[in-house]
Structure formats: structure tokens, C-alpha cells
Design a protein around this ligand. Structure first.
Ligand code: PEP
Ligand code: MN
Length: 404
């Protein structure tokens, strides 16, 4: 083992020994260890060269020369992972990117939430029936029985195999609309949540300012709102990665905390290494985001500012369906652009939950979906997604804001 390998192995062990929120309680830890060992022998899904190319593209976003468009299912599900579904999602993302590129005259970097988005953080450990909550197909089954909800480490093997098939679809995908000039490749991302899965495809990368660990499980990985304890395992793990990383920041984030994250996750000041994904809610973004942007900008780090207009705007409709209103989503995006325009910073990207399928999960939009329409085609395994029509409408609105 080289010195870099030894050092990183020690740092990884120390990171993973920290407290980790939202981890599955595997009933048979020995079996889970065996699964991780077997995953570690599988071929990586993405190459370090692709990840490095994305890092270059994200540096351009951080400098204000390009826009980052990220989107896909809230949760990928084994049963829904058909090629038709994946191609529909890639098509709507490509259409949105093409529209944005055409209207703004700037390249758009497209990153799918795909090929690994199988684990979900949850607000409560038990559901309304008193069963262990569904934590994504990587961990347990959505079926409401005690047996199906028991975490099963073998699901990590299925997730990895499905991710490999999804990656093949991504590689093979050619949109009808041409990608904008200068853009090549299409990238994948997911939330780095279940650390047994995330630790299973790491190799030492010495191409950066210090030896780091390149994840072979996705080009871009992000840390979610519920696992961003600054002293917890997820942040320490992300700090060791060579991949570009994202961090969700909710409305209770203080400017001081934001700067602390930026120092931990971008210690070498690499433009675009870190994407701060604000998910404040449409009523709060205008009040909360400015001080964060000002303080981080003053720190000298060049992060990407990305707006997730979905997760701060979720509510339960009177008929019990979890939903979001298109007008709230649009209002949060408008607030995001207004804040950055006023401060002279770059509104660098958008992170959305969407599908190319004709679902009825979010209300509003030109199609005029109401809460009464939700039961018709409510298919998500977790959060409500924009459908193809709502997504294209959103892209038009964003293009208006970005081109202004
Ligand atoms: C998500 O992106 O699906 C998610 C759970 O987001 P957040 O961590 O921002 O709540
Ligand atoms: Mn979600």
C-alpha cells in the first residue's frame, strides 16, 4: 500500500466511525459486511476521467459561464426502472437543457438523478401504521408488511445491478434535440446516504490538490438536509471524495454554518467543487438566502449556487396526497434569481424532481391539475415529481429569468 492509500484508508475509517444519521438497521450485520465486500469487487459505474470532465464543466458554472440542470425521480424504484421510464426522464431533461441553452446562449451541464438514487432519508422512523418506514428500494420494500419493511442488505446488490443497467441507458441515450455546442457526455448523481453502499466503490485518485477517493457510483454525489451534521459521518465522507459534491441547505442554515461547510468541503478553493443546493421554501428564500450568499462569497470560495425549489414546498393535500404547487416552485426560483441578481452572484443551477411520464403528483401548471386529479396517476415512491408538461413549462420560465 502506498502512503496515500494508507493515509486515506485511515481517514475513511475515521469518517465512517463518526455518528451517521438515517442508516439502515441491518438485522444481520455480518451479511451486510459480506454484501459490501462483494459490491467492492464489482466494476465501477463511472470513470474517473468522466468525473474529472464534469468537475471542469462545473468550474465553468461556478465562474458564471454555464448553467447546471439536475433532475430526475425523487426515488428510483426497482419495479419502475424500465428503459422507457429512464429514456422519458432523460428526454425531458435534455429538452429542458436545450431550451435553456438556446435562450441563454450559454452551455447547460446536464446531470440526471439516476443510476443510484435508491435510498431515502425520512422524517420519522415509523409510518402511520406503526411499521418501519420505507427507506428506498436500496434498503427495504414500500409494501406495508413487517417482513417487507425489514432492511435487507441484498437489496444493495440489486440496486447496484439496476444502476449499471441505468448507466448503460444513459450512455446509449441520444436526444432528438442536439446538445448545446461544447457539451459532451451526460452525468449521473444521487444522494450519498447509505454509507455501506457508498463506501463500496472507492479508489485512490492522486490527480487533485491532495490524494482523494473517487467514487465509482456516480459522477456527482450530494449530502441531504437530514444528514449534514457538520461533525457526522456524511460530511467527513464527502470531504474525502474526489467527485464534485453537493450539499442541501434548508431554511435554518445560518451564514456561519454555510461558511463552515464550505471550508470543510472545499479546503483548496476549487471553483465548482461544491454546489450549495438551497431548498428554503418559496416564502423564506428571499429572507434567508442573501446573508448566506454574502458570507460565502466573502470567504473567497467559488461555489455553485443551485436552487432546489421542490423540498421546501411540500405539503399534504386535503385528500392525503403529498404534493407541491407549480406556482410555489416557480416563486422559489424567482426568489432565487432575484437574490443573486441583487448581489451580483451567479444563479448557477436548478435541481428538480421530475419525470417524463404523464404523472399527476404536483398540482397547477398550464394543465391545471388540482388535488382531485392526484389519485389518477400518482406513482412516485417518495416525493411528488413534476410531469413532462410541468417540467417544460418550468424550463421556459427559468429561461425567461436566466435570459433577463
Ligand atoms: C431529495 O432530494 O429527495 C431530498 C430528500 O432532499 P432534502 O435532503 O433536501 O430534503
Ligand atoms: Mn425528494
Amino acid at each position: 500500500m502506498s502512503r496515500a492509500h494508507r493515509l486515506l484508508a485511515g481517514e475513511l475509517a475515521a469518517a465512517l466511525a463518526r455518528p451517521a444519521a438515517q442508516q439502515p438497521d441491518w438485522p444481520d450485520p455480518e451479511r451486510a459486511r459480506a454484501v459490501v465486500a462483494s459490491l467492492s469487487r464489482a466494476a465501477p459505474l463511472v470513470t474517473p476521467a468522466e468525473t474529472a470532465r464534469l468537475a471542469d464543466r462545473l468550474a465553468a458554472v461556478a465562474r458564471g459561464e454555464a448553467f447546471l440542470l439536475q433532475g430526475g425521480d425523487c426515488a428510483e424504484a426497482f419495479a419502475e426502472n424500465t428503459e422507457a421510464h429512464q429514456r422519458a426522464n432523460l428526454t425531458v431533461l435534455a429538452d429542458m437543457a436545450a431550451l435553456l441553452a438556446r435562450r441563454t446562449g450559454r452551455p447547460v451541464v446536464e446531470v440526471a438523478r439516476m443510476a443510484g438514487q435508491y435510498a431515502k432519508p425520512r422524517s420519522r422512523p415509523l409510518d402511520a401504521r406503526g411499521l418501519p418506514v420505507y427507506r428506498g428500494d436500496l434498503v427495504n420494500s414500500i409494501e406495508p408488511t413487517p417482513a417487507a419493511r425489514t432492511p435487507d442488505p441484498a437489496r444493495m446488490l440489486r440496486a447496484r445491478a439496476d444502476a449499471a443497467r441505468a448507466m448503460a441507458v444513459v450512455r446509449d441515450f441520444r436526444p432528438g434535440t442536439r446538445p448545446p455546442p461544447g457539451e459532451s457526455g451526460r452525468y449521473v448523481s444521487h444522494e450519498a446516504l447509505v454509507l455501506d453502499y457508498e463506501r463500496s466503490s472507492l479508489r485512490v485518485d492522486t490527480s487533485g490538490p491532495e490524494p482523494r477517493l473517487a467514487s465509482g457510483l456516480g459522477h456527482f454525489l450530494w449530502i441531504g438536509e437530514r444528514t449534514r451534521d457538520p461533525d457526522g459521518a456524511h460530511i467527513a465522507f464527502a470531504a474525502l471524495l474526489a467527485n464534485p459534491i453537493g450539499l442541501k441547505i434548508g431554511p435554518r442554515t445560518t451564514p456561519e454554518q454555510a461558511v463552515d461547510y464550505v471550508r470543510r468541503l472545499d479546503p483548496h478553493g476549487e471553483p465548482g467543487r461544491l454546489t450549495l443546493i438551497s431548498r428554503m421554501g418559496h416564502t423564506r428564500i428571499r429572507a434567508v438566502l442573501p446573508a448566506i450568499v454574502e458570507k460565502v462569497t466573502a470567504s473567497g470560495h467559488q461555489v455553485i449556487w443551485q436552487c432546489d425549489p421542490m423540498h421546501g414546498n411540500t405539503y399534504t393535500a386535503a385528500n392525503g396526497y403529498k404534493t407541491r404547487e407549480v406556482r410555489h416552485v416557480l416563486d422559489e426560483i424567482a426568489g432565487f434569481f432575484a437574490v443573486h441578481r441583487r448581489l451580483g452572484t451567479h444563479p448557477g443551477g436548478l435541481h428538480v424532481e421530475l419525470t417524463g411520464d404523464d404523472v399527476t403528483e404536483c398540482v397547477g401548471g398550464a394543465g391545471g391539475l388540482t388535488a382531485a386529479d392526484l389519485p389518477a396517476r400518482y406513482r412516485t415512491a417518495c416525493d411528488p415529481r413534476l410531469n413532462a408538461e410541468q417540467s417544460r413549462e418550468l424550463a421556459t420560465a427559468v429561461a425567461d429569468l436566466a435570459a433577463a
